[in-house]
Design a binder for this molecule. Structure first.
Ligand SMILES: *Cc1c(COP(=O)(O)O)cnc(C)c1O
Length: 464
């Protein structure tokens, strides 16, 4: 038993603690095996992940705070950035930064744009990742959203119309996460260049899979007008979490991402990223994963993942009431319902009972609610299709979730304590009861109300 203050009076034996961690993890989704079609990326090659874990441990206590104290981190980062740049339209001298993830890479692209242009607006398609909204929020900027076409690709005319004298940056995704489709990068980048605006390509999810797929239109730093690009190695790079790269088309952009402070009497602060002290574990693990797989390893993984995604798309066409949204360029597939009696959130709960996790995506600006599949080479497509078909039948039989009428409208969020909110959540579903009702409630609300509820949810979750 833990005392109230959380810390045991005397240290506990490490084997006990590890056993406790293992028990706690029993309720987690499995990170390997392909039954969780989001969040995790499994190569199916245990020796790769084990090697990364050992490298993580080797570098764990090295502090990236001071690259002169730990020159190994400079050598590793330079090699990683060179490898990423070489496959994404750069060269041996392309400036880049190794970061903790896509959000940080995007934050650093946005900061560079703000600080080199002095402008504060970001033009982004509605399908662009929330990391741009987060960067804008943190950096005192605004996002101007533009619509997508019927294939979920950014509307170039709308981008053109949205650019003003205050536009620092326009965004294209390669591909967008929600539907896996490629924005018209060359058109958007050309437009940006013509208007004197910077252009970021968000290749966070696609950047380490598209280079090995055939017939992909140019989307990287080689495209005229593209000034920065983000690529997550902890996605299709299969590195443990905490690994992404942002590349810049110009030296001055990378310098504008850096931060230095001499405004105190302590050690000199010079940071390339958002964090200051940080473990070199993710850097060592990402380097090891990249070098252990090599070009042919990634080619095989990318080819197999795309073939699996194509098979999933083809298979869904044979399941009544389901349809794929758009034509994915990368192994990301969004599946929506075409039958009002078939609720995708109920389907996800039914699939969960069968041991599968299918990621719900809420309706947004005319794009229907759907389930997202990040497909990898370990995804068993026959298994997914079987689970989809059976869960779809169950979902039709169960019918759409009961959303208590007027529930949200009658809530005074400001007056509710976290405990009250948790009670309410328990009453509509949540733990054990499945997430369909919660998702259906969120689905019926405008984004700002969704956000307010989600923040209450997170706070209640961590209040215990
Ligand atoms: C995952 C993702 C991000 C954000 O990355 P994190 O590593 O989760 O911070 C940004 N853009 C796209 C397209 C993504 O798929």
């Amino acid at each position: 038993m833990l005392p109230e203050n959380g810390l045991p009076e005397h240290g506990r034996p490490v084997p006990d603690l590890l056993a406790e961690l293992a028990r706690l993890r029993a309720d987690d989704l499995p990170v390997r095996g392909g039954k969780v079609t989001a969040y995790v990326y499994d190569t199916g090659r245990a020796e790769i992940h084990d090697g990364a874990a050992r490298a993580f441990g080797e570098m764990l206590e090295v502090n990236c705070l001071d690259p002169t104290a730990f020159p190994s981190i400079v050598a590793l980062e330079r090699q990683i950035v060179t490898a990423v740049a070489a496959r994404l339209g750069g060269g041996p001298h392309t400036p880049g930064i190794f970061t903790s993830g896509g959000t940080e890479s995007i934050m650093l692209a946005v900061k560079a744009a703000r600080d080199t242009t002095g402008r504060t607006a970001i033009v982004a398609p509605i399908t662009a990742h929330p990391a741009f909204h987060k960067a804008a929020h943190y950096l005192g900027m605004t996002v101007v959203q533009v619509p997508v076409d019927a294939g979920f690709r950014a509307d170039v005319d709308a981008v053109a119309a949205a650019i003003t004298d205050d536009t620092a940056l326009v965004v294209a995704s390669a591909p967008s996460y929600p539907q896996g489709v490629l924005d018209p990068v060359a058109d958007i980048a050309a437009l940006a260049a013509a208007r004197g605006v910077l252009c970021h390509v968000d290749a966070c999810v696609g950047g380490w899979v598209l280079p090995w797929l055939p017939d992909v239109p140019p989307f990287d730093l080689s495209v005229p007008g593209v000034t920065s690009l983000s690529c997550d190695l902890h996605k299709y790079g299969y590195a443990p979490k905490g690994a992404s790269v942002v590349l810049y088309g110009r030296e001055d952009l990378r310098r504008a991402a850096y931060f230095a402070s001499a405004e105190w009497p302590g050690y000199t602060v010079i940071n390339s990223g958002v964090q200051s002290s940080k473990s070199a574990g993710p850097l060592g693990a990402a380097w090891t994963t990249l070098m252990a797989l090599g070009d042919t390893g990634y080619r095989a993984l990318a080819t197999e993942a795309k073939a699996a995604a194509d098979a999933l798309v083809a298979g869904v066409a044979g399941i009544p009431g389901l349809a794929v949204l758009g034509a994915p360029a990368a192994p990301l597939v969004a599946i929506a319902s075409t039958d009002p009696a078939l609720d995708v959130f109920v389907l996800a709960d039914k699939a969960r009972e069968r041991g599968w996790f299918f990621q719900p995506q809420l309706a947004y600006q005319g794009i229907p609610a759907n389930l997202h599949f990040t497909v990898t080479s370990v995804s068993s497509v026959p298994g997914i299709l079987e689970a989809l078909a059976a869960s779809a039948e169950d979902a039709v039989a169960a019918g759409p979730p009961d959303v208590p009428a007027g529930l949200v409208e009658s809530l005074d969020l400001d007056a509710l304590t976290d405990a009250d909110f948790a009670g309410l959540l328990g009453a509509v579903g949540g733990e054990g009861g499945g997430m369909a009702t919660v998702n259906a409630i969120l689905d019926g609300l405008p984004p700002a109300t969704r956000e307010a509820l989600l923040i209450r949810f997170l706070s209640a979750l961590y209040s215990g």
